[in-house]
Design a protein around this ligand. Structure first.
Ligand code: DGJ
Length: 711
């Protein structure tokens, strides 16, 4: 088919070239490296160069992958849109108009009057070269239109021969698995009504197993906090397509005439510089958002593992005093403060203070915390309800459930809690007004917003309700933040089961995992950081042994792991001895010294050989300094450790590299590399990146913190 015109979008090292055919939706000719300025002749030549003949034994189709591929494109993969009208299939024939075009953004409206459809598409290259793709379909015909799915896809070269997908479980979120690229269509679904610990998270196509610092990688992430579908189509007549969309249940998106459905934004990152390049695109885009936290990320103490449900005013006040002494800046009271909440069987839904435990309310604690110069945070689980609550007794009809699943059959229960139907206006208002009153009366600075149960058989007014529930949760968060300027909110979901860019459009950080075992955290945080910059990733020092795994780890290691995120404690600091108190106090000071760099710099991870090593650095934007963590998660394979290459520094400048032993000493074998005598060395960025420093033979579960500063 002839091309009418082309659109070129370019930003931060990425080009996206689209061809507008005479009929139908535009096709992507190129998504990847910046192709430079392309004039009409270049574009016509590129068009010809990437056109192709009909393959033998296949349909006589145009063979270009339009933004929403369909059967009529000769596409045997998964369609981009699947919809039915009154049970009959809809096969759109689009007529496309460009509504807006700039060097970084294209907005289109495609219509099919016969099918009664309008499709609005926005594709943009944001800061960092991240590509954002949104679709919206409207029903302009008579009768209802059922949308089974509408998904975003982009083509990647067939040379992408490997596929990396994520899974996980509670306390072990975001575990990647790389396989050869499967043939045909591969779909990964999440049906938990929240991302889930095993959420698809990011789908990566790459040339070979993805490496940290080199190699081509194409990534997709969906900004949606409930059911999602990630997809890869490796069909033989086309380029491979990667993409994602919301998973909706049959009948969930039923559009009456005039109604429309908008997809969550799909985020696509291409990089020739491996996983670090992908992370850099996401981080740069996130940091450019107007709502990105701009104040120093406070050092947190969260009380969960310190006291669990055992709330006692004098003990918690003593903990607040100790936290302030150590240098904590935000004190967060976790679960257990509202009526009947002596364990996890009751109370959710009644957001008032339990006077049997807090006879004077929470005002004295909040007042003390503020007087000590700290922010006050409080835990809520606003989307949930226990049957044993005043709310459920008064309004059983506010549950988001099919009547048959209340009370839950064994397979459906979790912590005896249910989901509150926030798409019900009265339920929404009840929770909003109770929360709002507490935020106002206590001067709450921060909410830890938890979400602990999968949504199962979620039914709202007789129809599948996950989509509306998710939008209502976003609305509730947005409303509370609008009504209480400055209020910060953390997304927690039994740890890191809800960390996507949809929830982060409304919240300020995530709780990456309920595992405070720093060995597990090394990898959980590493993969969370593929999308989220470190300042958004809650990472706390817990006790040893860790409550979630029983593993004992040295305090310096726990501190080094916490410094890789938004730091804090998940620990009863009252139990610390003098030495530990001194060490955590030094950590607090070090965090405050380094966080400006740690929370604004470029994250780098040299590729290392030893499977027991985890090396990660943050390099200042002006490359004047960097901080690197070297950690072991097991014993090293070789008798001599490998050399540590420190990437990302200015090759022409010289750096003083020294150990920051405020975190406490690491232990290693008898070999003592010469550069560690005297505790520092001075070398150029080029030497540090290319020749590296000999590492000591670190014992298992030990960490070094190295600080490089330009001289
Ligand atoms: C699950 C969270 O992940 C924990 O941090 C804690 O807040 C508990 N819920 C409280 O019930």
């Amino acid at each position: 088919m002839n091309t009418r015109s082309w659109t070129v979008l370019r930003r931060d090292g990425v080009s996206l070239v689209l061809a507008h055919p005479e009929a139908g939706l535009p096709a992507v000719l190129h998504w990847g490296a910046d192709l430079g300025d392309l004039g009409p002749d270049d574009l016509a030549a590129l068009d010809r160069a990437t056109s192709r003949q009909t393959a033998p034994g296949t349909l006589d189709a145009a063979w270009r992958l339009p933004l929403v591929p369909q059967d009529a494109d000769g596409w045997s993969g998964r369609p981009g849109l699947l919809a039915t009208r009154d049970g009959r299939p809809v096969f759109p024939r689009w007529t496309t108009e460009v509504e807006h075009e700039s060097g970084t953004e294209l907005r289109l409206t495609a219509t099919d009057a016969d099918s009664g459809l309008v499709l609005r598409t926005a594709i943009a290259i944001g800061a960092g070269g991240l590509v954002l793709l949104d679709h919206e379909v409207a029903n302009t015909g008579g009768g209802d239109l059922d949308v089974a799915w509408l998904e975003a896809t982009l083509p990647v070269p067939k040379a992408a021969d490997s596929l990396t997908q994520f899974a996980g479980r509670w306390t072990r979120e975001k575990s990647p698995l790389t396989t050869p690229m499967p043939r045909g269509t591969t779909v990964r679904e999440s049906r938990r009504g929240r991302g889930g610990h095993d959420a698809p998270w990011v789908t990566l196509a790459s040339k070979g197993t993805p490496r940290n610092r080199d190699g081509a990688v194409w990534a997709v992430h969906l900004g949606w906090s409930a059911d999602v579908r990630h997809r890869v189509d490796r069909v033989n007549e086309h380029l491979t397509a990667i993409g994602a969309g919301e998973l909706v249940r049959p009948g969930e998106i039923r559009l009456a005439a005039g109604e429309s459905y908008r997809t969550p934004t799909a985020y696509f990152a291409w990089s020739a510089a491996g996983l670090d390049g992908v992370a850099d695109r996401f981080h740069t885009w996130m940091r450019a958002r107007p709502q990105h936290p701009s104040t120093p990320r406070p050092l947190v103490l969260n009380t969960w593992e310190a006291v669990y449900f055992d709330h006692d005013r004098s003990r918690l006040e003593a903990l607040a005093r100790k936290a302030a002494e150590v240098g904590v800046e935000r004190f967060v009271l976790d679960d257990g403060w509202f009526p009947a909440r002596r364990d996890d069987t009751a109370g959710l839904g009644d957001w008032t203070v339990d006077r049997s435990v807090w006879p004077d309310g929470l005002e004295p604690l909040a007042g003390l915390v503020h007087d000590l110069g700290m922010q006050f945070g409080l835990w809520f689980e606003p989307e949930m309800v226990n049957l044993d609550s005043d709310l459920a007794r008064a309004h059983p009809e506010w549950l988001l459930a099919s009547p048959a699943s209340v009370p839950s059959p064994a397979g459906l229960s979790f912590r005896t809690q249910y989901v509150l139907d926030l798409a019900n206006h009265d339920a929404f208002e009840h929770v909003r007004s109770q929360m709002s009153a507490l935020v106002r009366d206590l001067g709450i600075d921060f909410i830890k917003w938890d979400h602990n149960r999968d949504l199962v058989e979620a039914v709202h007014e007789g129809r599948p309700g996950t989509h509306e529930q998710t939008l209502a949760a976003y609305r509730l968060i947005a409303r509370l933040k609008a009504d209480h300027p400055g209020l910060e909110i953390e997304s927690c979901s039994s740890g890191g089961a809800r960390t996507d860019l949809g929830i982060l459009a409304h919240t300020d950080r995530v709780w990456a995992s309920d595992s405070n075992d720093p060995v597990e955290r090394q990898d959980i945080q590493r993969w969370t950081e593929l999308v989220l910059p470190p300042e958004l990733i809650g990472a706390h020092v817990g006790p040893s042994p860790a409550h979630s795994s029983g593993r004992a780890t040295p305090l310096p290691y726990r501190i080094a792991t916490s410094l890789q995120g938004s730091s804090g404690f998940e620990w009863d600091l009252l139990s610390c001895n003098e030495e530990e108190t001194a060490q955590v106090t030094a950590f607090a000071a070090l965090y405050k010294e380094l966080r400006g760099l740690l929370h604004s710099g470029t994250v780098v991870r040299p590729d290392v050989l030893d499977p027991a090593l985890r090396v990660r650095g943050v390099v200042a934007p002006d490359r004047s300094e960097a901080v690197f963590t070297v950690a072991t998660v097991a014993s090293l394979e070789d008798a001599l450790a490998e050399r540590l290459c420190l990437p990302g520094l200015d090759p022409e400048r010289r750096y003083r590299v020294r150990m920051r032993d405020e975190i406490g000493a690491a232990r290693w074998g008898w070999v003592h590399p010469g550069w560690l005598d005297g505790g520092e060395t001075v070398l150029s960025g080029r030497v540090l990146a290319e020749a590296g420093l000999q590492l000591p033979v670190l014992w298992p579960v030990q960490a070094l913190l190295l600080h490089a500063t330009a001289v």
